[in-house]
Design a binder for this molecule. Sequence first.
Ligand SMILES: [Zn+2]
Length: 399
Amino acid sequence: MTQTTYFNAQLFDGLHDGFTANSWFTVDDESGKLTATGTGDAPASDQQVDLHDQYVTPGFMNCHVHLGSNAHQLAAGKRSETEVTLLGLQNLQDLLKSGVTYVRNLSSHYDVDIKLRDAQPVYGFKAPHVVASGRAMSATGGHGDSPDHTEDESYVVDSPDEMRHAVRLGFKHGADVIKLMATGGVMSVADSPLDAEFTLEEMAVATREAHARRGKVAAHAQGTEGIGLALKAGVDSIEHGIFLDEAEAEYMKEHKVYLVPTLNAVQGIVDYGQGQIPDYMVKKASDFAQAFFKNMKMAVKAGVPFATGTDAGTPFNDFETGYFDELNLLVNKVGMPVQQVLYAATKNAADLLGVADEYGSLQTGKYADFLVLKGNLLEDVNNFRQADKQVYLHGQRMF
Ligand SMILES: [Zn+2]
């Protein structure tokens, strides 16, 4: 059993505010777990690594992506499973390089996220750890059920009984988490983000079935009514939450339901969409952007627990820089203090993903997934954009 001690670091451990100077931590090379941490003189070890007073954080987590999508090539028609898989492999590598060491995929065609999660330990390609939903649950004609829909794309569900069956199938096929399309969305032709698509009864069956299997439920929910129904049904996170109201924010704080706003999904379309993607998408995104940022400010003030996610794969919201943009928007558009953003990216995200026992903070007994950065994030969250940051998974340097 050999050990490596990293010393002379400015350490944010994921649990305590700020960076602690002159920190060290020891990693067991075989298990990839931390065996000791401290400050001051580092203990003797098989290997010593001087981090030269650089900034160390736990690996960051992106709680909402679409691995099988390409943010810069949207009008490609229906992709084969091979194409979706190739995109997924590239996207995973880009995520890891950007500093994301754990990712939650919320809907992929052909269940490619589940298959890549299971293939990684066998084939050893570079990837963050993956929490996978497989195909999402959609209502007929709703978000995720396009006119040329095929069953490879999502489960189409129209009653509590159908939901029970589909959720059980989802778990049978390897899902860790169930994704519900509770409302319409910006990117679907026929519906509006304001439409509440699933009934309370349908969603309540989904949460019952998921929770009975130690799984979680993430609800794509944008309009006020649909958000309210999803909360009542007992979902574990609200994704997007564009028209979240104060009563719902209060409920989320009280019941510790996470909000994953994915600001960059909307901002990407507003900034770059004109003339590049269908007009209805640009119009929907622009119409809703202002209300979105206003309501997210309200949610921060109300003390709603946040976890970071980008919706990567939506137009102009990619796997390389989209996460940097999301952190920037949280701080500079929504007014979340950087310290809170750091928790949303680590401790909170690990809790939402159900992996907080082993990930999300740098403590003895947890995995050594960490990043080494030149700049202090508390001074400028955009220091996270550093292209050559060091990325470690289980104590092994990946980039
Ligand atoms: Zn999404």
